[in-house]
Design a protein around this ligand. Structure first.
Ligand code: HPA
Length: 235
């Protein structure tokens, strides 16, 4: 059982994922643009704001939007929101993201609890080749390895085969740098990937499709996060 003591829990909503209904009450909204150290991002499906509120008895800071390597941001810019949440007292973060499914039985809408992130073969940032997450949020359809890619293009068939041979279950373009920064700050990190498309039967994939599928899975993800937050004990 996770322990959150007096610290707010950080939840990061990935592309198209709408988690606002996790908050029973809202006490403060902070657009990224009003935090001096944060860069401005422009990916559709990201609201670029922090929302502070309560989920049951727990204080939550919901981060809507993130920065990606594929937008051209530096490592420090990509991980800056993690640093900001740390400065606000957050010591536990659940990252959510949209991802492609690399296992045959996976279908759009499935949720994957990520236990490890592989960053190879991409090498622009100086990251370890593999990073473990610190805990698993219960209730996902699969548990597995996330292949972090630079993007912005979705993967070629050769890349998909490589990721599968590395044992990856899901592939996407976020979370790797953020989890790495969590480890250096002592933040406990979990990742849930929402499968928006199967990579096993390659399709012409658009950001719009990813956003729409992620949006449709948001209600279930909210319920799951609520249940998880309910198990976090105050110390
Ligand atoms: N690849 C990378 N990122 C993604 C995908 C994918 O197939 N689907 C959603 N985000």
């Amino acid at each position: 059982m996770a322990t959150v003591d007096q610290h707010p829990i950080g939840i990061v909503a990935g592309s198209g994922i709408e988690l606002n209904s996790i908050l029973d009450t809202i006490s403060e909204e902070t657009p990224f643009s009003s935090v001096p150290e944060l860069a401005g991002g422009g990916v559709e499906g990201h609201a670029y704001r922090f929302i502070r509120g309560r989920c049951g008895p727990a204080e939550v800071i919901l981060q809507c939007g993130r920065f990606h390597a594929y937008e051209g941001f530096s490592f420090e810019e990509v991980v800056r929101p993690v640093q900001v949440m740390y400065e606000w007292g957050v010591r536990t973060i659940v990252f959510t993201n949209a991802a492609g499914g690399l296992l045959a039985p996976m279908k759009p809408g499935d949720l994957v609890a990520i236990d490890c992130i592989r960053t190879w073969p991409f090498k622009r940032f100086d990251l370890p080749e593999s990073l473990n997450t610190d805990f698993i949020v219960p209730g996902c359809d699969f548990t597995g390895v996330y292949g972090w890619m630079h993007g912005p293009c979705y993967e070629t068939r050769a890349e998909i085969r490589t990721l599968q041979s590395l044992g990856c279950a899901a592939v996407g373009m976020s979370a790797g740098p953020e989890v790495f920064r969590c480890h250096s700050l002592g933040i406990c990190a979990a990742v849930i990937s929402c499968i928006t498309n199967s990579c096993v039967t390659p399709q012409v994939l658009t950001h719009q499709h990813v956003l729409e599928t992620a949006r449709n899975s948001s209600a279930r993800l909210c319920e799951q996060l609520r249940a998880f937050i309910g198990t976090c004990q105050k110390t």
